[in-house]
Design a protein around this ligand. Sequence first.
Ligand code: HEM
Length: 452
Amino acid sequence: MMIESPQSLQRLKSTEEMPGDYGLPWIGETFELFSREERFYWRHFHKYGPIFKTRILGQKFAFLFGPEANRLVLMEQSDHVSTTLGWAFLKPLFGNGLLFLEGEEHRATRRLMYPAFHGRAIASYFETVQTLVQAFVKDWAKQDSVSLVSEFRKLTLIIASRLFLGTQTDREVEQTSQWFLELLTGRLAVTRLDVPFTAYGRSQRARRQLVNFLRPVIQQRLRQGNLEASQDVLGLLLAAVDENGDRLSETEVINQSLFLLVAGHETTATLLTWLIFELGAHPEWRSRLRAEQAEVLKNEPLNISHLKQLPLFTNVLKEAERLYPPVYGMPRGVIKDIEYAGYRIPAGWYVDVSPMVTHRLPELYSDPDRFDPDRFAPPREEDKKHPFALVGFGSGPHGCLGFEFAQMEMKIILSTLLRQYDWTVTPERSSIAPVIQPSKTQNQVRAHFRPI
Ligand code: HEM
């Protein structure tokens, strides 16, 4: 006779028993999700708790909130879910970028790309980024006010264009940025027909223009050789070779470079916007950061080795990531059944985990709506309560490849601004915080810089 373990006797509940509402036939709750964005998450979380079901564009979705859900979906059962299915709405534009690769193809490509995003490589980009940042912000005090998100979008795109596409001149930066922005508009296209005079058609034409720009650049770099000594991401991707002697093909380098642009541009601009907004409202933090910087730099220009010696910089960045994660939900298509919190979620469903909701759970973060970077300092270290408590850069096999790059870029920008300027922000923090819908509010945020 077989004796069943208590666990196997536990009945798994079906998704029909899960809280939530499928909404209208086929369309489900799509309109609410697309129009209210972050508010959709919060309304459902408050109504149903950390697990609920809904229907989006004909697909059944389970939203799973909290660090354990993050662990399961991003790491433990990441082979039961598909990023390609989850991010399908972006696939026609960035179809072969790293986030859309799975299994062995993903692992092999990521391994080849890894060296361009760590250690020595990051150090080799430092000067370029610093020079571009200094030139970009030098006249900010001459303007009455600066729209943070649009300026940071321009700046991060300039940096990305130089380092990921290998542009050399201002003209090339301007041209590639324009094509890239055109390409992005295709995200919003309802009809996806590649014909002229449609938003989607224009975005596909822009993609072809970028590809036509990159092909001769790559050929020239290959002819020049000495790629290992490159000081940009494009060169290091071309130089990458694995233990079997395999390399990324020209088309793969193009696809990955274009995807890097999308992965690193808007995200970094958004986080910087909220960082500068919070610091504008917290003069005590601007003073503490300046004091830390003065002590470490001792009037020298910032260099790469300083970046690891600035714990307050790290903590303000973590606090901006916690309160305003640019990627507030991470969708996945379920390809093998998963079990979570007593439910079986079958293949064919979709799941979505949320850094935004996780980051404001009071069981992880005390007074979660407060801007309080000291929560990351010892002895509190609230993010260490759970390995999946702070996931603004994702985690697991698809976790952000550009994490170190983004940290370097944001620290250079922060350091440059703190050295040159003091600033205030509008609207007043007290009139908009806690900011429930950063994606819709960010366009209003302006900063007023004055030299110090
Ligand atoms: C503040 C800035 C950034 C944030 C908040 C951010 C966030 C994220 C998140 C949450 C993911 C995982 C998405 C998922 O699992 O569904 C991700 C993936 C990725 N990010 Fe970032 N990112 C940032 C900047 C960058 C930069 C600057 C780059 C490039 C230099 C970059 C390159 C990538 C790549 C290539 C992936 C896909 C990794 C894979 O699929 O293996 N990111 N990022």
